[in-house]
Design a protein around this ligand. Structure first.
Ligand code: C2E
Ligand code: MG
Ligand code: MG
Length: 870
């Protein structure tokens, strides 16, 4: 029989731990056993009519509490039979021993049954009564009666014919002994062993002790009075049990046990004194047993009920004090109970009656549906857990997490629901904050990369009909320069301002996100073609290039944008990557522009990645070489110089465009070493030409990154010293953009080179943003007109006008003008007519290998070495 954990159980101490209390318990137990035997011998009715055997009650109680007292009780039983009952002669020593072992063994068995069945010695429930009855009546008394009578038959005390009747009498005597004494023994004994005083009443602490003692005295006093006044002896004595039952009802099982035991003692003594007829005397004793048991049963039930009520009271205290809403309601929503926190949560006054139905506290149909679903689930499974919203009296909506429990009233067959709701307002706010932090960028407040990717996935996979989505990747050009020049705070302000401007451009369904650094991604769902995106991208470029005011300082940047179109079902990663590839394309083309992705771009990007992997090897093994393109005097046709151009043939891919190789080397930082080697190589070969008698200058392209390198001037010096080349025959070419920016002291570096006699050429003039007027302020000697002008020269009036103006200005500034990319005689003629000094292009020669160049110089003629530098 299962019972709740934590109820008292007799402990069985190890054999070594005989504390003083244990010893005292053992001595008192043996004494009580012998006392009960004396009582049985002298007070109860000996002989064949009815045997009342109290030692059985003592022994079962004692052996349940302390099984190890078994040998002591065996000895006590031998003494009891031999001396107290005076049967030593009849039994003889052997039977005496056997008799004691089997009888005490039977009681021991009963004690074991109590332990096995988890009997609670405080007798707090009717279950305990059932277990006690089973152990005493079925186990202890039955086994003792059968075994004891068999021994008596053996020694000749009982006739074989009389066997069953003797067993019956023995059994009844034991049962009565147990009924009267075992409850009291286990209750008092377990309290004593735990070192506690026996509580006389469940509510002892709330009662004056004097009153309690007075109440206890009522039953024995009443018994004495009834015995004395009774017509025939003991006629109305059963009435003395009324106060016992009253005591049981008022104070529970301990009071019932104590008072019925006391009354039992008084009554047996009275019956012994007043009644001569043994039969009537035994009737009285039986009556006493019945009434004792009634008292104890009432007491046990009362105590059990009181325990339950107390537990319920504690739970209801908890419910009242809990910081969550707790309520119960009928199935139709009638609220039966609402705890104080629930009132506060719903905005109901503490004492106001709750007239509204539970459903009235739900803000909308969705919440009502959810509640009904929850109730159905709770009906099926007992409980339901979920999230819902409640509406307060003031209209505010409160998000709650809710548990619904369904209770079935067994007698009425009705359903009732109770609920616990936790206010989640703060938690939701915190979650929102966390989500904001996790999904939004804190500088611009725009969605961040994570949210963008999430939304993009959804957009590309959720749309029902086939649509196209434009993904635009935008980046501020050269933000690093702003950070380096003005600090990161300014960089942030620029990004912030651009974010604000960009967000003004987006429509409702568009998504603008900060992807990282100065990168933004704009997603336009449902576009027909890329032109929608291009139109918007051009407006975005304006947002980038409009000056940003940072503390009164105007900061100007440009932006680049890459665009791709993604179809429904496309992978979001691919879409972003393609937009990024297009962005790189826009940047490579000089920035401040828009590029649209095409498959070619992707292939090139992939190639570039492969190349990047090969790059190290290229540089290590010096697989590159230099081609030289002759530059001739426009009037004489003589070769005045040769431009060194980088060449590299990839083992699998074939020749790689130098532009690409240079970009890669710039990305990986290898450009400084590579540039130094190229410069040295070109100078060495030029020295050879000079030795061969050719007066040609050597023109070397230099990357912006090389120029920024602090060791650049020193490297150039070293090469000049090592090769012995005349610096006056060396030209360094730089692109126009590098010169115009001068953010890293490039101009000073160039001035240092010039001071050694090296000349500076501005390459690709016209592609950057320097105006003609800025030419005057730059430390240059040569201007190389970009090939695009040469190409358009004969077709575009604008190109022609620009060339004319540039040439005019160059003349005024005493700069040499070189035209690049001359492919036709017509172009050459026009250029000469406009006043160009020198010509470079396929018309003259493609870039040549060193040997071919030597041959070319031989056939075309150069200046004499002493003309060099002109
Ligand atoms: P660039 O310095 O403007 O060089 C001229 C480019 O125009 C060369 O391309 C040359 O082959 C090409 N070209 C010359 N004449 C004509 C013509 O008549 N028609 C056409 N269509 N093209 C012509 P290349 O060799 O592919 O070099 C491309 C760019 O790579 C160079 O432009 C330069 O910026 C860079 N580069 C090449 N070698 C080096 C180097 O050693 N160092 C650095 N930093 N950059 C280099
Ligand atoms: Mg060049
Ligand atoms: Mg050029």
């Amino acid at each position: 029989m299962a019972r709740p954990a934590g109820t008292a159980r007799p402990s069985t101490p190890g054999s070594s731990s005989w504390s003083r209390r244990e010893v005292a318990f053992a001595v008192i137990s043996v004494a009580a056993y012998l006392g009960a035997a004396v009582w049985a011998r002298y007070v109860s009715i000996p002989g064949p009519v009815l045997v009342w055997f109290p030692p059985a009650g003592v022994a079962i109680g004692v052996l349940y509490l302390r099984p190890r007292l078994f040998p002591a009780l065996v000895v006590a039983e031998i003494f009891s039979t031999a001396v107290i009952m005076d049967l030593a002669q009849e039994f003889g020593p052997v039977a005496l021993g056997v008799n004691a072992v089997v009888i005490v063994g039977a009681y021991h068995l009963a004690g074991e049954a109590l332990r096995q069945l988890h009997f609670d010695p405080r007798l707090r429930s009717s279950d305990d009564l059932v277990i006690l009855a089973f152990a005493c009546i079925v186990v202890g008394s039955t086994v003792a009666a059968v075994a004891g009578v068999l021994v008596q038959t053996w020694v000749g005390l009982v006739d074989a014919d009389d066997l069953l009747r003797s067993i019956g009498l023995f059994w009844v005597g034991d049962v009565i002994g147990c009924a009267c004494l075992t409850p009291a023994v286990v209750m008092v004994g377990s309290a004593a062993l735990r070192g506690e005083t026996l509580p006389m009443a469940d509510d002892e602490h709330g009662l004056p002790r004097g009153l309690l003692v007075a109440e206890f005295m009522v039953a024995p006093v009443a018994a004495v009075v009834l015995m004395v006044v009774g017509d025939s002896p003991m006629q109305f004595t059963y009435l003395a049990f009324v106060p016992v039952v009253a005591l049981a009802v008022r104070h529970g099982v301990a009071a019932a046990a104590l008072s019925s035991a006391a009354l039992g003692a008084v009554l047996t003594a009275g019956a012994h004194q007043l009644i001569d007829d043994p039969l009537i005397r035994s009737d009285v004793q039986l009556l006493m047993v019945v009434l004792t048991l009634t008292g104890i049963m009432v007491g046990a039930v009362v105590s059990a009920r009181r325990d339950v009520l107390e537990a319920k009271e504690q739970i209801s205290d908890v419910v009242e004090a809990t910081p969550d809403l707790v309520a119960t309601a009928d199935r139709d929503g009638t609220v039966r109970y609402l705890n104080p926190c629930g009132r506060a949560l719903l905005g109901i006054e503490p004492d106001a009656p709750v007239t509204a139905k539970a459903f009235d506290f739900l803000p909308d149909d969705l919440a009502v549906d959810l509640m009904r679903e929850g109730m159905k689930a709770a009906e099926r499974h007992g409980s339901w857990m979920g999230e819902n919203r409640l509406r307060r009296a003031d209209g505010r909506i409160v998000p709650v997490s809710q548990v619904l429990v369904c209770h079935r009233n067994r007698s009425e067959g009705t359903l009732r629901f109770s609920t616990v709701c936790r206010d989640m307002t703060d938690q939701r706010a915190l979650e929102d904050q966390l989500r904001q932090a996790a999904l939004y960028d804190d500088v611009t407040g725009l969605p961040n990369r994570a949210l963008l990717e999430d939304q993009l996935v959804r957009l590309l996979h959720v749309a029902e009909r086939p649509t196209r989505t434009a993904v635009m990747f935008a980046d501020v050009d050269h933000l690093q320069r702003v950070n380096e020049s003005f600090g990161f705070a300014t960089g942030d302000r620029v990004v912030q301002t651009i974010a604000v401007r960009l967000s003004r451009l987006v429509r409702g369904a568009d998504l603008l996100a900060r992807y990282g650094g100065a990168q933004f991604v704009l997603v336009l769902p449902d576009v027909s073609d890329e032109f929608d995106a291009i139109l918007l991208a051009n407006r975005m470029l304006d947002s980038f290039s409009e000056a940003v005011d940072v503390d009164g300082r105007k900061v100007r940047v440009t932006g680049s944008i890459g665009i791709t179109l993604a179809e429904n079902g496309h992978d979001h990663d691919t879409a972003l990557r393609r937009a990024e590839i297009a962005l790189h394309r826009a940047k490579e083309a000089g920035g401040g522009r828009v590029a649209v992705f095409d498959q070619d771009l992707e292939a090139r990007a992939r190639q570039r990645m492969d190349l990047e992997a090969d790059l190290r090897e290229v540089l290590d093994h010096e697989r590159w070489w230099l081609a030289y393109q002759p530059i001739v005097d426009a009037t004489t046709g003589r070769v005045t110089s040769a431009e060194a151009l980088l060449r590299w043939t990839h083992p699998e891919r074939g020749p790689v465009a130098p532009y690409e190789l240079i970009r890669l080397a710039e990305h990986s930082g290898a450009i400084v070493d590579l540039g130094r080697s190229i410069f040295a190589h070109a100078c060495r070969e030029a020295v050879q030409w000079h030795r061969d008698g050719h007066g040609v200058d050597i023109t070397v392209n230099v990357s912006a990154l090389q120029l920024r390198d602090p060791g650049f001037v020193r490297d150039v010096d070293e090469v000049i010293a090592a090769t012995g080349i005349d610096p006056a025959t060396v030209v360094v070419e730089l692109t126009e953009t590098v010169l115009a920016a001068d953010e890293h002291g490039e101009i000073a570096t160039l001035a240092a080179l010039r001071s050694q006699g090296i000349r500076i050429a501005m390459d690709d003039f016209g592609t950057g943003f320097s105006s003609l007027s800025t030419l005057r302020d730059l430390p240059i000697d040569i201007v190389k007109l970009d090939r695009s002008f040469t190409t358009q020269l004969t077709t575009s009036a604008d190109a022609r006008a620009t060339v004319e103006a540039a040439v005019g200005l160059a003349h005024a500034l005493r700069l040499t003008v070189v035209a690049e990319g001359v492919e036709t005689q017509a172009q050459a003629d026009t250029l000469v007519a406009l006043g160009c000094h020198k010509i470079q292009g396929y018309l003259v020669s493609h870039p040549l290998g060193p040997d071919d160049l030597t041959a070319f110089l031989g056939s075309h003629g150069t200046r004499t070495p002493h003309d060099a530098g002109r």
